[in-house]
Design a protein around this ligand. Sequence first.
Ligand code: NI
Length: 226
Amino acid sequence: MLIAIPDVLTPAQTAEARALLEAADWVDGRVTAGHQGAHVKNNRQLPQNSEAGRIVGEMILRALSNNPLFMSAALPLHVLPPTFNRYEGGEAFGNHVDGAMRFLPNGQRMRTDLSCTLFFSEPDEYEGGELIIDDVFGSKSVKLPAGHMILYPSSSVHQVTPVTKGARVSSFFWLQSMIRDNAQRALLFDMDVAIQRLTGEVGATNPSVVQLTGAYHNLLRMWGEV
Ligand code: NI
């Protein structure tokens, strides 16, 4: 399931973040690729200790924790601090899958269930640089407006095509969901969307809304990891 989360950042936040990122020092992206990814990855990244990266990363995480669509679609348990990459002059990231495990800042391991890419460049500022994601329904090409984010299963094969003109700046990070299984998470998301819509139509105290909400939470209790 691929889910676009529009307007994670406001235009003002996006502009502020871009100014910080443009002034930052970028390094070769292969340092974080791991032994399996280094040969397909060709881009630049902000180093782990980057002050600009820390400030913008916190801005993103704060915005996401207040974003109902993100919370409902991802049901996040652990979210890694965002990292940042930049592609230009033909740089690309060939077909790959993301590693299954990552370390949280406190040293605890987490499983990567969902990958997130938040765009900082507008689509008309660069050529190429499509995020191509293979999912069960075929291959999807993703290029979103600045401030928007795509959420996709970390297990899916994906790539970033060469940026042939301009520069593509984005943030990427991983999360562990309370719901490990993609199909179960998709079902809960569908249910939540329907419950929200029904609540808007008939009110939160309507018996059907209460019953469906109870069923949603019982499924979350049954499947959720905390
Ligand atoms: Ni990847």
